[in-house]
Write a protein that binds this ligand. Structure first.
Ligand code: SF4
Length: 125
């Protein structure tokens, strides 16, 4: 089992698949599934959204298809997706002052956390 096989399974689910179902469908254990999901998130090949299903916290995993993005290149998704979550401003209809927006602040915190994590990884290598 590798990340490509896992991605193939995710792609077959148009509305996404719950992570606590994905590892069972693919036939791997939950920790391995989490590692593969993180690799796919890092490459912006999937999105991950926190959900509660049947009373349990899990994630809804969706594939990022070329067609969904029109002419947007996957490399440019770094500005739209962080940790598998779309920017809160994408499609937002709230009237706002960005300076005081909690959603935007959390989003920027996520981007910074990712950047710090990636730099730590480079230092470790
Ligand atoms: S800054 Fe906040 S309120 Fe404004 S568009 Fe972004 S998410 Fe919406």
């Amino acid at each position: 089992m590798n990340k490509d096989t896992l991605l193939d399974v995710v792609k077959t689910r148009k509305d996404g698949i719950l992570q606590n179902e994905l590892w069972k469908v693919v036939g791997i254990d939950s920790p391995k599934c989490s590692r593969l999901v993180k690799r796919l998130l890092k490459k912006n090949l999937i999105t991950r959204e926190k959900v509660i299903a049947k009373g349990s916290r899990t994630f809804l995993i969706r594939s990022v298809e070329e067609g969904m993005l029109g002419t947007v290149k996957k490399e440019s998704l770094i500005y739209l997706i962080a940790n598998g979550h779309f920017s809160p401003c994408t499609g937002c209809r709230l009237e706002c002052e960005p300076k005081y927006c909690k959603y935007l602040t959390d989003w920027i915190d996520n981007l910074l956390a990712e950047e710090i994590k990636n730099k730590k990884l480079e230092v470790c290598l």
